[in-house]
Each structure stands twice: as C-alpha cells, then as structure tokens.
Write a protein that binds this ligand. Sequence first.
Ligand SMILES: [Fe+2]
Length: 606
Amino acid sequence: MYILGISCFYHDSAAALIKDGEIIAAAQEERFTRKKHDSDFPANAVAYCLQAAGITAKDLAYVTFYDKPLVKFERIVETYLATTPRGISSFMMAIPLWLKEKLWMPSLIRDKVGPDIPILYTDHHESHAASAFYPSPFQDAAFLTMDGVGEWATTSYGVGRGNTLAMTGELKFPHSLGLLYSAFTYFTGFKVNSAEYKVMGLAPYGEPKYVQAIYDHLIDLKEDGSFKMNMDFFDYCAGLRMTNGKFAEIFGGPAREQESKLTQREMDLARSLQDVTEEIMLRMARHVHKETGQKYLVLAGGVALNCVGNGRLLREGPFEDIWIQPAAGDAGGALGAALYTWYAYLNNERKVKGDGSDSQKGSYLGPVYSDDEIERFLEMNEIMYRKVPAAELASTVADILAQENVVGWFEGRMEFGPRALGARSIIGDARSPKMQSIMNLKIKYRESFRPFAPSVLEENVSEYFQIDRPSPYMLLVAPVTESRKIMMTKEQEQLFGIEKLNVPRSDIPAVTHIDYSARIQTVNRETNPLYYDLIKAFYQKTGCPVIINTSFNVRGEPIVCRPEEAYKCFMRTEMDYLVMGNYILAKKDQTQLESDVDWRKEFQLD
Ligand SMILES: [Fe+2]
C-alpha cells in the first residue's frame, strides 16, 4: 500500500512516499524549482516520488496533508481579532492566499495529484512527532517537537509506543521557542525561517551579556521548561515584522540591516539567545523525561535543527539516547504525515530492527542519476571528463583531496532535509590549515564566520570528537577531543571575528569552530558505501579519517539536484574537480561557460 505525504504553503514544501510503512522517496520542492524554501504545492516532488516507485497517482491508497488548514485559519482569524485593529495589515496579507489555496486543499490535491484519492489530515505537531518517532531506532520513546507554529501548538511532547503516538502536553501560540529564535534572527539582520543556523554559528563569538535582559523582559521561563513570552516586545501577531521598537530599546538600538557589518552586539545577542534556547531545551527534556519515564527521546520541528542545543541535550540531558529527524523542519512533516497514516491511523504493526539502526535510509531519499544519464549529459554538452573504474574511484578522489583540491561530489540519491550528507557535497582536506580560507575564497567568495562541518568514519569519531556514538545526520555538535586542541594565545584570543577563525585550533582546523566545537557527520559503510570508501581511502593515505563536507550549492540557491546544476556550480566557482558517478571532471580541462563573464558577482555560494 502506497501513502503519499504532502507539506506546503508555509515554508519548505515537500512530498514523501511510503510503501507498507517503508520510506521509498522524499524530496523538497525547492530542489526541482530551484527556488530556495519554495512553499508552493510540491507538484514536482510528488511527480518525483511517484516516478521513483514506478507508480501513478491511481496506485495511492491515501494522500495525507501535514496540517489542518481550517484550524490554522482559525488561529489567524483569532489572532487578528485579538489584535484588531492593529493586525489588519498582516491579516490582509494572509487572507488572499488562504481564500485562494489553503482552504481549498482537498480540491487542490485532487486537482494536482489525481481524482478520487482519499485525503487525510494530521495535526502539524502530530506530523513532526511522527517524523521523529516512526523512523527512529526505538520501539518506545518520548517525543518533543518544537517549532515556530503550526495550527496552535508551538511545542508538544508525549510518548510513542510501537505504532502509537500519544500527545501529553503542549505550548501554544504566540509562546514559541521557534518564533523567539526567529525574532532574534530578524533583529541580528539575518533571514527569518532560513538563516537561524547562522545565528547559532555566530553565538561562539559573543558573550552571554543579554541573557538576564531576555529573562527580565521577553520570556517568563518556568522550571518545567514551559514559558510565556511578553508580547509587548514582539510584532509577529499584529505586524509584519518580528520585533518592535520596545525590543530594540532593550538591546541598544534598531535591528541590524541585512548584509551590513556584524558587530560585537550581534555576536553577544546570538550567544545570549543560544544560551536561553539551550536552557529551555534542557528544562523541557528533563520535564518530559520525568513525565514519561522513557529512556529515549526523539526530536523534530525546526528547533531540532539547533545541533548545538541537541549536543547539550545528549551530554547533559536525562535521556540515554536521542534521535533527531534530519528533515526536522516542515519538509519532514510530509514524511510524518504519511507514516502517521500507516501506523497510527491504519494501525499497522511497527517493529524496529533492534540493532540501533533507524529506517530513514541515511536520508538518501531523493533523485539519483545513473552513469548512462551522466555520460549522456556530458557528451551532449561536449564536456571534458575521464571515466574511472568503480573500484578505483574512492582511491583516485582521495589522492585529489590530499593534494588540497576542492571537489564537488555528486553521488547517489540526493539528501532529504537541509544538510548535505555526502550525496550533494563539496569536500576538502580537513587537516589543511589553508582549507578554511581556500574554500571560503575560491568557492564561497566571501569570508564566513562559520567553519565547515566534518564527515568522519563512524568507528573513528571518538578519536577526534568528544562523542561516543554516531551522528549520521550532522545534527549533533560536540567538542574536539582535548588532545587535538591547539590552545589560542592571549593575543589570538583578542582577535575579532573571522581573524579568530583563521587561527588553527586543532589538527583539523577547517572543521573546528572558535569554541573548539564541530558539527559532526559520522559515516558508516552500510548507509553510504561509496562515501565511506572515499573517506577510508583518504584515511589510509593520510592517517586522517576526517574530511570537510559543505553543501553543494550557490549562495541563495537550493542544493544542486541534477548533473546540469552540479556542472554549472562547478564552473561558476573555483572548484578544482567535479566527481559525478564514475566521471571525474578537472577544471583545467574545461572551457569557460559563455554566459559566465560576470559569474563572480552574480553567483556566490552560501
Ligand atoms: Fe513546523
């Protein structure tokens, strides 16, 4: 039985397909339309899912939508009534879309997917909880979902047992950890619903000097992690901005203009917000642990992408282990909606494998291109390449990496979720002290205050990082082991921003943040054999089982999906090699793209 899950019309629309409970395919619409965070109906993602399974819409038993549009509509109307007449502008902005599309969801789905398909709806937080629990390696676990907002809930928790999910408690709009984080994202001059991870990356540069101000004015936090926000300082209920003038008064002046220079104030704000966020996450986890008595915790919702907070939950929280849905944001809601239908609604049995492995398949759930398809693309466009026998690919690319080349790595099925995990990645040598700035300057065309993330062989993770278990989805941050740290001198400690990042802080400097932390991806052979073999070959040649992994995309654009996007990205940056399937393309062999005279200005990587 095939069930299709759909999420859309908020941000990051997506589709996911399951067959008898097994996850078959899932993808975000942005990867096909090339519109970052595309929130339109995911027509392309739906088409991809059906095609990946070799079925048509007629074969679908159910289509499940990831939230309840009518309940959400009620929240918007009630919020408007509570803030009237001030809320009229945001209300008028929201209403046309609601009348046009959201309230007509059933007819829209039948129109876009196919007639006569039974349509179901899950609650927004039920979808998040289902996406966290059902693919997890745990037979029973507590769940905690935290996001901006769905219908009313902004946080929910409860217990998953076998195939059931029982909701125990929730926090409701407008009190929302996700929206608090987004408010500071806006105020520090970053893009809301998109650049929250940059605020997290900025935090280690700052001091927590605004923590008390946040507790004094913005949020009344209880021992159990529940909280109320003081809406006198926020504008997201009635206005079109996240924060208001009173908010700015507490933090010494107006919000930073986007793209203007970052100052110590933004760094201190980021650090203070991050500290408060971690405190809330920890208190909530302790409360959920006490209430549910469960050993394990599963997480989803946008806040679960806060991998620094997740790392602390694992180290300091009460649970023995945690599992986080890699597509933790609303895209993952599509997967949760489908799984909820199979397990909770249709009451099908759920049995975990019991060996600690999950059923997310490494999140490699997107489109794949065969060697034939790649070769056809290369031949049609008269692109220079050499084909390497499959058995030699890992070793050949490991040599290229060890010579400090930057490599575009396009292999296998595209990742589902915001992180590149070795299918659509740009990779490099983590040992190289120059790599941090080489990759920033040659590939990103700007100095980033964030370091890159490491991919490390699963069996070697504890030799490099203070973590004793796999982190396959790059959702846990942990410190570099003490013996590998290179302590900064007094003078180096005084350096500001990027200058500080360029001081080598370990023997894998390109992936070590200024607070000696790293956002870890562990790689095992079962889930991604080729990527594993590559890092293993690199290890054998260099003695280092760690490489740099950053997402394969141009700034402001989604991660590449097809060979043509990978090639364009390769040509528009100073990437040295592109590896697609068994084909290796060297930059020095390529003729410049005609349209690329001004590419440095036009195309920047994120
Ligand atoms: Fe959500």
